[in-house]
Design a protein around this ligand. Structure first.
Ligand SMILES: Cc1ncc(C[n+]2csc(CCOP(=O)(O)OP(=O)(O)O)c2C)c(N)n1
Ligand SMILES: [Mg+2]
Length: 328
């Protein structure tokens, strides 16, 4: 278990607030999906919030994050406001991709959110490319790839990690090992379920952490980002975690995992366990976390109203944003 006394109160409250913002946004998105407000697929990040939160706490808007189909949490942790995420999933013009992208095309280059994606794997190569750019231009920025256990068996994993290693690129590879790719158990899909151990084959550090412990993730990411910015190359971080909702909203969630397993991970919820630990250690006062709970509730409620009241894109603009409009 991580040493929570190593961080100050402000840091703890910020990490707690970020995880809760993701959770409340996701819960709202799940409800909105059921209500028919969201066209297309919606994969939530419920249960995995500590990973995006612990990693992105070390990033600036110049650092580039490349994400997955399960990327709402990455976008939020990187600084995209909940209103822009919810509006985007609702297909509204006020969304971060102007309502043209949806859940799996959340882009916000202003804050370094370089996209969620429906294709499993390429984010690993894109982050490697961002690291290469950083090295060529000597910017000190890092590239970060978030990806699942499923993606770690994709060819992109091998290519990306190998390239980043040989050039000492400033890249953080973050594998969110939630033990399943859709309904396929990772223990079926690989003979070695310890993803962090693979780092050795590429000549880079590999760190496995409890992905439901935000401080453990925060500490591993601190070290990896420091190494990357200092020009010492990439790191692979494996966060062991679990998604407690179905693979995608509306999909059945039975047959491939047991209720006991789901319940055991719910008992290790990254947000409620952190809240309890902070209170028990006397690092924050109950009134302070309650104030965060209320602020996040209001933020997400307002974001929902904002999204609902936003217009759809004008059909007459359908051909815009296909090509760069920088010189138009
Ligand atoms: C290249 C590619 N292959 C297959 C799929 C279908 N697919 C969508 S999500 C998914 C599971 C991915 O599992 P994982 O990487 O562990 O992420 P998780 O959903 O567990 O977060 C698959 C196979 C896809 N979208 N892209
Ligand atoms: Mg997975």
């Amino acid at each position: 278990m991580s040493n929570i006394t190593a961080l100050g109160k402000e840091q703890h409250l910020a990490l707690y607030r970020q995880m809760l913002e993701i959770r409340r946004t996701e819960e709202q998105l799940a409800k909105s999906h059921q209500a028919g407000l969201i066209p297309g697929a919606c994969h939530t990040y419920v249960g995995e919030e500590a990973i995006a939160t612990g990693v992105c706490a070390h990033l600036t808007h110049q650092d580039a994050v490349f994400s997955t189909h399960r990327g709402h949490g990455h976008a939020l942790a990187k600084g995209v406001p909940p209103r822009e995420v919810i509006a985007e999933l609702f297909g509204r013009v006020t969304g971060c991709s102007r309502g043209r992208g949806g859940s799996m095309h959340l882009f916000s280059p202003e804050v370094g959110m370089m996209g969620t994606s429906g294709i499993v794997g390429p984010c690993i190569l894109q982050a490697t490319g961002a690291g290469y750019t950083s090295k060529l231009l000597n910017t000190g920025n890092v590239g970060v790839a978030f990806f699942g256990d499923g993606a770690s068996n994709n060819g992109a994993f091998h290519e990306g990690l190998n390239l980043a290693a040989i050039y000492d690129l400033p890249v953080i590879f973050v594998c969110e090992n939630n033990m399943y790719a859709t309904e396929v158990a990772f223990s079926y899909a690989t003979r070695n379920t310890e993803v962090a151990e693979r780092a050795r084959s590429y000549g880079m550090p590999g760190v496995a952490v409890d992905g439901n412990d935000v401080v453990a993730v925060y500490e591993a990411a601190a070290e990896a980002v420091k190494r990357a910015r200092a020009g010492h190359g990439p790191t692979l971080i494996e966060g062991k975690t679990y998604r407690t909702r179905a693979h995608v909203e509306g999909m059945r969630d039975g047959g491939y995992r047991t209720q006991e397993e789901i319940d055991s991970w719910k008992a290790r919820d990254p947000i409620t366990t952190y809240r309890a630990r902070l209170l028990e250690a006397g690092l924050v006062a109950e009134a302070e976390v309650n104030a965060v709970d209320e602020a996040v509730r209001v933020l997400v409620e307002e974001a929902l109203e904002f999204a609902k009241n936003s217009p759809y894109p004008d059909p007459a603009t359908v051909s815009r944003y296909i090509f760069s409009e920088a010189s138009a």
